[in-house]
Design a protein around this ligand. Structure first.
Ligand code: HEC
Ligand code: HEC
Ligand code: HEC
Ligand code: HEC
Length: 490
């Protein structure tokens, strides 16, 4: 370890949370004239634009339902059991959202399963539309309402003020979230902004139902993206927040549990790790400083794997690349092992609960069991849903997984008794070892979903793109060379 470097980042860490008055930044920036068209920035900042565009190199689809079939059981009755892939580059964020079976196949602005909120972390057109229409109008209605407006994938205006290019947070959800956690938004340091721009999206959130009246006096209901941080940013704090308001994302199709879906609490879990505590921020690892044609810039090709980031790690760590990789690989294997055990126990708990209901178990008999499943799955999901969590906070990830597994086991012990009482002694949960088997158990009508999606892609989706180009919201140049991979296309 480089001792000088560590002590200097230590000082930064100390300053970070006190806040430094002299480096107040444009957190509540003037979002007037948001330049959401990414190509508009290319002329002034060719190297940042060029490296940003390279996030398009990460375009491969990894079908996680295939790799971890348990997932389709864990999410039965919820969109994620239909289609769920590993994250790709920011260049593809919008396309991933349009292509996923989860967003369905709307035929006009009023149809489709998802609310407008599902655009929130995909595009710089989102802060633009929030500014134009107001936040409550933006969060009212179906996803398809803004299909023709949300045209650029995550880009410059998501992280930069369009006038000053200072780092900025244009999403009100994060500003409110931080305030609810007791942070003073007027005193955020420049260093902290190198994580907060990411925390606009890489955080836990839910859609808060909010009643309001539009200009014509009509009653409306908005689904407002809200960060559940009022009781703290830990897994326990957010769980108590959700439990207190008796929130559920959905009712599990097999076990009937009122479930929570962790989104991607990447920022929160990162804060609990050794790097955050030493003042290291997201951009330090994911956006290192590089030289392009003699100019020193921030690398905007945000990368997603350890291999891609190895040289950055070795700026601060002393081991040889081989040694370092070996240590990390072994650490990762330990987490994978515990994660697999936890997922299997949770999936079996759902199926065993389903059987108990079928045999006539009563609500009082099931109440504690469902509470165990709810909390166990929330913890498992929280610990891994942000993907890089293991690198961001290894101990916290393992701790939460351990508790998640304990809750799943506790549910299963209670289930064994309930099953026995109702004549289900020796019940063995059915095989869910492939995506097909698991989706069948979860009753996912895959072929029908794919068929209607393909119709949507050829029709309405194309119209949205043409419309956005015609109105100058999207420059077709930005999308040149874009692949169109999905998990379902044959
Ligand atoms: C506007 C929302 C948003 C912002 C801001 C944002 N991200 Fe992302 N990020 C996403 C989404 C959505 C994906 C998944 C894209 C996909 O799968 O198509 C993603 C994917 C990623 C990936 C995976 C890339 C790959 O190739 O596998 C990494 C790493 C990442 N983000 C890091 C960051 C960091 C670091 C920051 C801040 C400097 C940041 N993100 C800011 C929304 C955002
Ligand atoms: C996910 C967030 C994110 C996105 C998207 C993003 N930037 Fe940046 N940008 C950063 C961060 C972080 C820095 C480093 C700022 C610092 O520490 O002072 C930065 C720095 C810069 C700088 C200052 C010079 C440098 O290279 O350090 C410029 C200019 C810039 N970005 C332009 C752009 C342009 C143009 C785009 C779109 C093509 C873009 N950025 C997209 C986060 C982002
Ligand atoms: C800006 C400097 C910096 C960068 C870049 C950096 N680290 Fe670290 N890392 C630290 C500091 C500081 C510590 C804490 C050292 C300590 O207290 O012993 C640390 C600790 C660690 C630890 C031990 C933590 C634990 O809980 O076991 C691991 C593993 C680690 N880093 C991996 C990585 C990886 C992987 C990368 C690249 C993706 C990376 N680091 C990049 C500064 C950095
Ligand atoms: C110490 C270096 C380091 C810091 C700091 C760091 N990350 Fe990471 N991050 C990594 C590594 C290494 C991986 C790759 C894990 C892997 O290979 O699976 C990763 C993975 C990710 C991924 C998943 C990528 C994928 O394709 O699965 C996202 C998203 C992400 N990080 C976002 C963030 C955000 C947001 C922050 C700040 C809150 C952050 N990271 C801070 C090292 C870091």
């Amino acid at each position: 370890m480089n001792k000088v470097l560590i002590s200097s980042v230590g000082v930064l860490a100390a300053l970070l949370f006190i806040g430094i008055a002299s480096v107040q930044t444009a957190i509540a920036a003037d979002m007037e004239g948001i330049k959401s068209n990414n190509h508009d920035w290319a002329g002034s900042y060719p190297h940042q634009y060029g490296t940003w565009k390279k996030t398009s190199e990460s375009d491969e689809i990894t079908d996680l339902l295939k790799e971890k079939p348990q997932l389709a059981i864990l999410w039965a009755g919820y969109g994620f059991s239909k289609d769920y892939n590993a994250p790709r580059g920011h260049f593809y964020a919008l396309q991933s959202n349009q292509n996923t079976l989860r967003t369905g196949a709307p035929v006009d602005a009023q149809t489709g399963p998802m609310p407008t909120a599902c655009w929130t972390c995909k595009s710089p057109d989102v802060p633009r539309m929030i500014q134009q229409d107001g936040e409550l109008e933006f969060f009212t209605g179906k996803w398809a309402k803004y299909g023709h407006e949300i045209a650029n994938s995550i880009g410059c205006a998501d992280c930069h003020d369009s006038k000053t290019t200072e780092l900025t947070v244009g999403r009100p959800s994060l500003q409110r979230g931080l305030e609810s956690a007791g942070l003073d938004m007027q005193k955020v340091s420049e260093t902290e902004m190198r994580s907060l721009v990411c925390a606009q999206c890489h955080v836990e959130y839910y859609f808060k139902k909010t009643d309001w009246k539009d200009a014509a006096g009509n009653a409306q209901v908005a689904n407002v993206v809200t960060l559940p941080w009022a009781n703290g940013m830990t897994v326990e704090g957010m769980e108590s927040y959700y439990d207190t308001i008796e929130f559920k994302d959905w009712t599990h199709k097999i076990s009937k549990t009122p479930m929570l879906k962790a989104q991607h609490p990447g920022y929160e879990i990162f804060l609990s790790g050794i790097h955050a505590q030493n003042g290291v921020n997201c951009a330090d690892c994911h956006m290192p400083t590089i030289k392009v044609e003699g100019e020193t810039i921030t690398d905007h090709q945000i990368k997603g794997t350890l291999d891609q980031m190895m040289s950055t790690c070795l700026n601060c760590h002393d081991e040889s690349p081989e040694q370092f990789k070996q240590i990390l690989t072994r650490k990762l294997e330990r987490k994978e092992q515990l994660m697999e055990i936890t997922m299997n126990n949770l999936a079996k708990a759902h199926l065993e609960a389903g059987e108990a209901w079928r045999l006539g178990a009563t609500e009082p008999e099931m109440a504690e069991i469902l509470s165990d499943i709810r909390h166990g799955q929330w913890r498992w999901d929280y610990s891994i849903a942000s993907h890089g969590s293991f690198y961001h906070a290894p101990e916290e990830t393992l701790r939460i997984l351990g508790i998640a597994n304990d809750a799943a086991q506790s549910a299963r012990i209670k289930l064994a008794k309930v099953l026995a009482k109702h004549g289900g002694i020796g019940y063995v949960a059915p095989d869910f070892s492939t995506k097909e088997k698991a989706q069948t158990l979860a009753e996912v009508p895959l072929q029908a979903l794919v068929d209607e999606k393909l119709v949507f892609k050829k029709g309405l989706l194309k119209e949205w793109e043409q419309d956005a180009i015609k109105r100058g919201i999207l420059d077709p140049e930005t999308r040149k060379g874009m692949s169109d991979n999905t998990a379902y296309k044959k």
